[in-house]
Each structure stands twice: as C-alpha cells, then as structure tokens.
Design a protein around this ligand. Structure first.
Ligand SMILES: [Zn+2]
Ligand SMILES: [Zn+2]
Length: 171
C-alpha cells in the first residue's frame, strides 16, 4: 500500500519514538497500580539507564499488599526517574547533559532530582498535573518536548521482523 522500504510495515521510528517506546516497555515492570511510569536516560543516542516506579529493595509491592497512601498519593514506590538515576550511578556513566524519555511528566521531586543531576532535555508522552515539574524544568533551562501518545497500543508486527520469521517452507 505504501512507499515504505522493502521489509517495513511501519515507517522507521525516529530516535525520540524509539526511546519513548523503550520507556513504555520499562513501565510494564511497574508495581503500583495507580500509575505505571517508565524512564529511559539517553546520551548521544545511547541508553545509559532505565527505570520504572517500584518498591524499594526488600519491601512489598503495591500490587501485592496495596498502595501506601499519604495526601492522596501512593508513597510506597521509588519513581521511574529516581530508579533510572540510581541505575546510572551504579552501572552507568554520568547523566549530565542527557535526555530523559518519560511516559508521564515527572512529579516535582523527580524533576528536582533530574535537574540537579544535569538532565537537559525531557521527552514525554503525557502531562502530569498538580506539580511544579514543568515550571522547574523550564526555569532551569531543561527543554521539554511532548509527543503524541500511541492511541491504544504499540504494535509489534512479528511478521515484519526478519529475526522472527520461521524458516520453514510455509513462511
Ligand atoms: Zn502504589
Ligand atoms: Zn516522581
């Protein structure tokens, strides 16, 4: 039907689309049913770290024992941004000058942590209201770019992946 190159069923994703998809995949590991968030920190188009909101090591998950609500927020989990920064500290290089790909706009505290660590650009699907994140990011010179969220799901057409094509004769 299309002008797509041979072997493609969808256009080749841009870098931003690619890393946002990775952030969505990271969010699948979240354990708080109130919100599943993913974060991918990228420098020079190279993934430095990934994170999702989940309980602290050794502590129960919201989805197993219920959320821990204070002031109408679940405070049990470390947020995706914090977990990604923690992973960068322990396993990666610095994040100064890096881009953060987020499934949801940061809360105020995560925005402050990201700014303090030197994140310079945020690419995000959806807005998160009721925080100072956008204001703080903007005032500190962090560029925010909103992308359209996929309407329902991210499609993986396995037939389009040559690595997934079975080598039997029926094809
Ligand atoms: Zn929770
Ligand atoms: Zn947060």
């Amino acid at each position: 039907m299309s002008n797509l190159p041979q072997g493609r069923t969808q256009p080749r994703p841009s870098w931003d689309e690619y890393f946002l998809k990775l952030a969505m995949i990271a969010s699948e590991r979240s354990t708080c049913p109130r919100m599943h968030c993913g974060c991918v920190i990228v420098k020079d188009n190279h993934v430095i770290a990934t994170g999702y909101n989940g309980s602290l090591p050794g502590q129960p998950h919201c989805e197993d024992e219920g959320c821990l609500i204070e002031n109408n927020h679940c405070i049990r989990t470390a947020h995706a941004e914090i977990n990604a920064l923690a992973q960068a500290i322990n396993h990666g290089g610095g994040v100064n000058g890096a881009t953060a790909y987020l499934t949801n706009m940061s809360c105020t505290d995560c925005a402050k942590a990201m700014i303090a660590c030197g994140i310079k650009r945020v690419v995000v699907f959806s807005d998160f209201h009721d925080t100072k994140a956008t204001e703080f990011y903007t005032k500190s010179g962090v560029k925010i770019e909103k992308q359209d969220m996929p309407s329902t799901n991210i499609d993986y057409d396995l037939k389009s992946f040559t690595s997934a094509v079975k080598t039997d004769k029926s094809n």
